[in-house]
Design a protein around this ligand. Structure first.
Ligand SMILES: [Zn+2]
Length: 296
């Protein structure tokens, strides 16, 4: 099992370098998977020299070259190895989640092969969110192709939940047994449509309250897709957590006066982190919340 997980990690790291190419070359005037984005050899962003094979090994090249271009010694962005490692982690943590007790204690599957299908779907969802975070961080925009992919994955996920087994009251929520506290659990389809509606309207509310400063239209489309994917209650947690993480990151920047309230922080990285946390730790976060609460 551990050998398979290691192989998955390596596969994920390799896929991460493909995500780096996409995030680096994407521009809003062309399709994400266009020839312009995918074609041509990689080169140093600074001196434009084409990179050799020994400079293109994910993570390892960065370590051996001590984070600098071999020709011009210009510092390479830490973003490259970071995306590769995060992609590697997604490739093994997502299947680990579904195949561990964390998820399966709450559900009864007709056939265990559904766990493979769940894993593949959520690996794609998390990779899409990683790429969305990278592109928003770099270019302050969220490609519609990726939001569209999340809408599609949301539909497939609802279908999978419907056909794969008996989820009882929980119906696939990552909050586990706490899901029933928030209601709307009788109908899977109504639950996920409500999630989508709540996600998008939450963003519009923040948009109007902040006079369009805190959040953008791209975030609304993204939260609509995440609502469909995560369903009611889970998406509310993603929403609140992304603001909590956003504040934790921006308050020190504001205090150090590196940013002012007028600066625009890309919000998608916080949404992506929050999504992963709810997916992986949603049930634990709820348990922690209630155990702290019961102290008083
Ligand atoms: Zn260079």
């Amino acid at each position: 099992m551990s050998y398979a997980l290691f192989l998955l990690f390596v596969l994920g790291v390799l896929f991460g370098s493909f995500l780096n190419v996409l995030s680096l070359r994407y521009d809003e005037n062309s399709w994400l998977l266009s020839r312009k984005t995918l074609g041509g050899r990689s080169h140093c962003q600074h001196c434009k020299k084409t990179l050799g094979w020994h400079e293109l090994i994910p993570v390892l090249s960065f370590i051996f070259l001590r984070g600098r271009c071999a020709s011009c010694k210009h510092k390479l962005s830490l973003e490259y190895p970071a995306i590769e490692i995060l992609s590697g982690l997604i490739f093994f943590l997502v299947p680990l989640y579904f195949f561990s007790y964390k998820y399966t204690t709450h559900i009864f599957l007709w056939e265990s092969y559904w766990l493979h299908a769940f894993s593949v779907l959520w690996v794609f969802a998390m990779l899409a969110l990683l790429l969305i975070a990278a592109i928003d961080y770099r270019k302050y925009l969220i490609p519609d192709e990726l939001t569209g992919l999340l809408w599609f994955l949301g539909l497939v996920w609802v279908g999978m939940l419907y056909y794969s087994g008996d989820f009882g009251e929980i119906k696939g929520s990552f909050l586990g047994e706490y899901a029933s506290l928030f209601g709307v659990r009788n109908n899977l389809f109504i639950n996920h449509m409500l999630g989508s509606f709540t996600g998008a309207s939450g963003v519009f509310l923040v948009f109007f309250l902040s006079h369009g400063r805190a959040i953008g239209f791209g975030d609304a489309k993204l939260f609509g897709a995440l609502g469909l994917l995560f369903g009611w209650a889970d998406v509310v947690m993603v929403f609140f957590l992304s603001f909590v993480i956003g504040s934790i990151v921006s308050i020190p920047l504001l205090l150090k006066k590196e940013k002012t309230m007028k600066d625009f922080l890309p919000f998608a990285p916080f949404i992506s982190i929050a999504s992963f946390l709810v997916f992986y730790f949603g049930n634990d976060i709820m348990r922690l919340y209630f155990s702290l609460f019961s102290l008083y």
